[in-house]
Design a protein. Structure first.
Length: 547
């Protein structure tokens, strides 16, 4: 954890010898995305820096959207990202009884009341930034009447929307969050953890500050959109007489990436609208999507460290994330050879039916990865783009009369070509230098071009999925309700590839560098007979959003 404005605040407080405890409080109503990763790295990083603890607490206050499958997925994603709390997972629903008792305490103090205004009336009475709010006709009910009405709400005697419990603060406050905010709503949907025991459920602001206090959280770290909520957070702690030291809310800028969206609402629309194949689609900025794409957890942690922490919203170039992926995968991904657009090459001086096995390094810079054996035969596939019949000056790949190096194999010279009826090259003929085994010229002559290849006889046919950025616009949300118009047509391009045969048993999630092509990850859709590989990232930046 690098120094930042939050560590400066905590450093200044260390004279009090107060232990540091943070929390990560996701709602179990969807899957985590790259924006959550920033908060995760911050909260766990702060706790680790000060030898404290970060708690995982699920904000499961809405029974209509909270699901066990999401809570399980969030916990799995945290472990994959490299973070896990030493304490068991907590849930806001663990504190429902305490929260309910706190609401009763506010009613008894004359600081909360039951309101029967409709939802539309609540919005109208709240006012706006330029107009003051209006007091509800129910605001001055007696304590006894409010206690009885809240008891009846809690017993399920009223339908959803019939009434709510509100804090009594200041309807003229310039901060709209202090204009008698709603504390409890009636919900009839069974809760996935507590069933039908509760008929009323607390809202976010009331839940978070009191849960933090119960758990001994010292620093409640949240994004800037909650800055105006802080006075309300502190009002609850004060009026409920939470003893010092109280949790301290500190806000930071959320992560904004160009060329994508990190709003759970918009991501849900992408999934529900069939624009992607699910929450783990490799085009999605969800942690599950990034993982399926082959992005290493270490790259995400490094990305979060590089972007730093500020109090001002800034947009980060998505290429920074991809560069972190390249740096990590360059170090950790074994190498392999694959051909995406094959052009058949017949080696005229290699005996028909003969096979050879050639050693190849699994990583050019790390002998610890070991070696593999590549089969070699009379016919090989090279990339179609690696051959040109009439090459320009300084062309370094294969052409008539030119010599290139087949990586790990032999030097190859083109002796002729064959065309189809349309004049397209369909086959290249060539001869190898038999004394150049391993790709080394026996006489020391310079051969500038090096091509990847696979043996046509042994090649493993696979499906490859090449992903383009999901949006053509650097900021799709700037288009408002028309944001879906910025979707990239055909952002998923599926095709065939021919791989070296050793990749048949790659487990899902294994990433290889297909030499000269990029990094590719084995997808769970594949099988040993028909592997599927997702392109994780190219070897260099190939796209930059406009704007």
């Amino acid at each position: 954890m690098k120094d930042n404005f939050i560590t400066a605040i905590i450093d200044a407080q260390q004279a009090t010898s107060r232990s540091v405890q943070t929390r990560f409080p996701p709602e179990p109503n969807g899957y985590l995305h790259i924006g959550h990763a920033k908060s995760i790295c911050l909260n766990f990083g702060i706790a680790a820096r000060y030898a404290g603890q970060c708690l995982l607490r699920f904000d499961d206050t809405n029974p209509e959207t909270a699901r066990a499958k999401y809570a399980q997925a969030i916990a799995e994603d945290l472990r994959w990202l490299g973070f896990a709390s030493a304490a068991p997972s907590r849930y806001a629903s663990d504190y429902f009884a305490h929260l309910h008792a706190s609401a009763v305490q506010l009613i008894e103090a004359g600081l909360a009341y039951v309101d029967t205004l409709s939802g539309a009336q609540l919005r109208e009475y709240r006012g706006s930034l330029t107009t003051p709010g209006k007091e509800s006709p129910d605001r001055n009910r007696s304590v006894a009447e409010n206690l009885e009405l809240f008891r009846r709400m809690s017993a399920g005697e009223f339908a959803p929307g019939a009434c709510v419990l509100r804090a009594k603060i200041d309807m003229n406050s310039p901060n709209l969050h202090l204009r008698d905010p709603v504390l409890y709503r009636i919900r009839t949907q069974p809760h996935y953890r507590v069933g039908t025991r509760w008929k009323v459920f607390p809202l976010y602001d009331f839940t978070q500050c009191l849960s933090d206090a119960v758990e001994g959280v010292t620093h409640s770290l949240c994004t800037l959109e909650f800055e105006d909520n802080r006075p309300l957070y502190e009002w609850f702690l004060e009026k409920l007489q939470i003893p010092d030291p109280r949790p301290q809310q500190i806000e930071f800028a959320r992560l904004k990436l160009n060329g994508t969206v990190v709003s759970k609402r918009l991501l849900t629309q992408l999934v529900d609208g069939g624009h992607v194949r699910g929450w783990d689609d490799p085009r999605m900025p969800t942690l599950r999507g990034l993982r399926r794409r082959g992005c290493p957890a270490e790259a995400i942690r490094e990305f979060c460290a590089k972007i730093g922490l500020t109090k001002k919203d800034t947009t980060i170039d998505i290429q920074l994330l991809e560069n972190c992926m390249r740096e990590e995968l360059d170090r950790t991904a074994p190498r392999a050879m694959a051909v995406l657009e094959p052009l058949r090459v017949v080696i005229e001086n290699y005996p028909d039916g003969q096979e050879d096995s050639l050693p190849a390094a699994n990583h050019p810079a790390d002998a610890g990865f070991g070696e593999r054996q590549l089969p070699f035969s009379r016919e090989v596939y090279i990339e179609r783009t690696d051959f040109m019949e009439q090459p320009p000056a300084r062309y370094r790949r294969l052409a008539p009369g030119r010599e290139v190096r087949l990586r790990y194999a032999y030097l190859l010279q083109c002796t002729g070509v064959e065309h189809d009826v349309h004049g397209r090259v369909v086959l290249v003929r060539g001869r190898i230098d038999p004394d150049s085994r391993g790709g080394r010229a026996p006489d020391g002559r310079k051969v500038r071009g090096t091509l990847h290849w696979v043996s046509a006889q042994h090649a493993l046919e696979a499906e490859v999925r090449l992903y383009q950025p999901l949006f053509t616009d650097s900021d799709p949300t700037a288009l408002g309700e028309q944001w879906l118009q910025a979707l990239t047509p055909d952002s998923l391009q599926s095709g065939r590839a021919w791989l070296e045969p050793g990749l048949t048993a790659a487990p899902p999630g294994q990433v290889y560098q297909f030499e000269r092509l990029g990094y590719f990850c084995a997808d769970p859709d594949g099988s040993p007979q028909r592997p599927v590989y997702n392109r994780t990232v190219t070897l260099r930046d190939s796209w930059r959003p406009p704007g």
